[in-house]
Design a protein around this ligand. Structure first.
Ligand SMILES: [Zn+2]
Ligand SMILES: [Zn+2]
Length: 117
């Protein structure tokens, strides 16, 4: 009997991975960190095991994307160019996120709320 068996499963003899069960730090659910994922992680040079279950990872990704869109959140929102304008209704100076155009009345947020009705 020969022991020279090719590692048919992975096609590689380097290292064998086994499915691992990890607990999600977010929701506590246990999830499988599969052998192929481990290999994928290793191939990317990642040594940390995933901390979250696939669901939470997905949710986080989505959240991140949303908060990114959403005004590129805080930091950016404050850097976003604001224009000063005089409210056409009450005469107060107000900041608006768009360039005031001539002939188009600009309202402060209070008046804008009233005008919109
Ligand atoms: Zn989770
Ligand atoms: Zn006003």
């Amino acid at each position: 009997m020969t022991k020279l068996q090719p590692n048919a499963k992975e096609g590689r003899a380097s290292m064998s991975y086994e499915d691992k069960t990890l607990a999600c730090v977010e929701c506590g659910t246990s999830f499988t960190f599969s052998a192929s994922e481990q290999e994928f992680f290793a191939a990317k040079g990642l040594t940390n095991e995933p901390k979250r279950c696939p669901d939470c990872r997905q949710a986080r990704k989505q959240q991140r994307r949303e908060s990114y869109d959403d005004g590129n959140s805080y930091g950016y929102r404050q850097q976003r160019q604001m224009y000063s304008a005089i409210c056409a209704s009450c005469g107060k100076e107000t900041q608006i996120p768009f360039e005031p155009r001539e002939g188009r009345p600009v309202y402060c947020s209070e008046c804008y709320a009233k005008v919109r009705r």
